[in-house]
Ligand binder design. Structure first.
Ligand code: UT7
Length: 311
């Protein structure tokens, strides 16, 4: 039994903050931000919009695209580090809002790596025959924890949500394997206190991210007996184009096999990979039988990857 992706969905808030807007707030420039990060604009939610609102919209779209009823969902796993409140979990909030009356649910906390961790957990429930239909969501509103006067931080992050519906299948497709790692000793390099703003040692996180992305891709391919040439599409965490370019160069990957949309959204944390996946599906970048690798890294420090045979 494997977990295949039956539907995808995503949602970003309407508010756009461009690099030019940031030029007016801090000492920076559109040129610097583009050159050092690849980001051009990001979406920022208003005060009334919480993570669960974005998660709900993305989930609704994923369930619609899967052509399932909300009542078919048996488990909801939400990867987030910005829940509306410490409890109830975002999973509980959207279970109610969706009317997914047959679903259990919980949140997973692994910052920007959260979606990969949640997908791996969900796949185990399916492989063991516990559940047939699971909603997996990555949703974050990190901009609520951004100091808009700190130019090291405010240029990087955006808000959003992405979701997939996983379904049990006997066919040779779905999640083939996962690789997950934690390096808690590096936790101090990227911290979000309960109150206040995100603190980051950008250089340390950058060095870690490059190594983590490399290791995640190599290890998950090794675990699934695949090689670099099998990759149909790599969807890396969308944090910084220089981190992604490093991996493209290192593995000699054709650029059209690596999905990038960070120019539009910045780093949306746990939402970045499922938003990119949803857009890649809409752009017809994934094909039946093709190998899709989701790989990322984040605070914790956490990192990891999933390999999917599209079906
Ligand atoms: O999911 C994980 C989330 N975190 C990340 O992915 C972050 C990983 N790190 C990064 O992406 C990069 O380290 C940053 C984009 C945050 C910074 O880029 P960098 O190339 O490491 O820049 P830097 O910190 O070495 O700064 C270079 C220069 C400095 O000036 P001096 O000392 O050379 O005169 C900074 O003061 O650029 C200056 N600087 C800026 N200038 C204009 C730093 N931030 C800015 C800015 N605008 N926003």
């Amino acid at each position: 039994m494997r977990a295949r992706i039956l539907g995808t969905g995503s949602f970003v808030p309407q508010g756009v903050v461009t690099n030019l807007d940031l030029e007016k707030k801090v000492e920076t420039s559109d040129e610097w931000i583009r050159a050092r990060t690849g980001i051009i604009e990001r979406r920022v939610s208003d005060e009334k919009t919480a993570t669960s609102d974005l998660a709900y919209e993305a989930s609704k779209r994923a369930i619609e695209s899967a052509k399932l009823s909300k009542k078919d969902i048996e488990l909801i796993i939400v990867a987030t580090c910005t829940p509306d409140v410490l409890f109830p979990s975002v999973a509980c909030v959207i279970q109610d809002k969706l009317g997914a009356t047959n679903a259990a649910g919980f949140d997973v906390s692994a910052a920007c790596s959260g979606f990969n961790f949640a997908m791996s957990v969900a796949s185990k429930y399916i492989e063991t025959g516990t559940y047939k239909n699971i909603l997996v969501v990555g949703a974050d509103t990190l901009t609520k924890y951004v100091d808009w006067k700190d130019r090291n931080i405010c240029i990087l992050f955006g808000d959003g949500a992405g979701a997939v519906v996983l379904q049990a299948t006997n066919e040779d497709c779905g999640i083939l394997g996962s690789y997950l790692k934690v390096k808690g000793e590096g936790g101090k390099f990227l911290v979000m206190p309960q109150k206040g703003f995100i603190c980051m040692d950008g250089k340390e996180v950058f060095k870690f991210a490059v190594r983590a992305l490399e290791e995640s891709v190599l290890e998950v391919l090794r675990l699934t007996n695949l090689s670099m040439s099998n990759i149909g599409l790599l969807i890396p965490h969308q944090a910084n184009i220089r981190i992604i370019d490093h991996v493209i160069k290192k593995f000699n990957l054709p650029k059209d096999k690596v999905y990038v949309n960070l120019q539009k959204y910045g780093n949306t944390s746990a939402a970045s990979i499922p938003i990119a996946l949803d857009e890649a599906v809409a752009d017809k970048k994934v094909h039946k039988g093709g190998i899709v690798v989701l790989a990322g890294f984040g605070a914790g420090l956490t990192y990891g990857a999933n390999v999917i045979r599209w079906g």
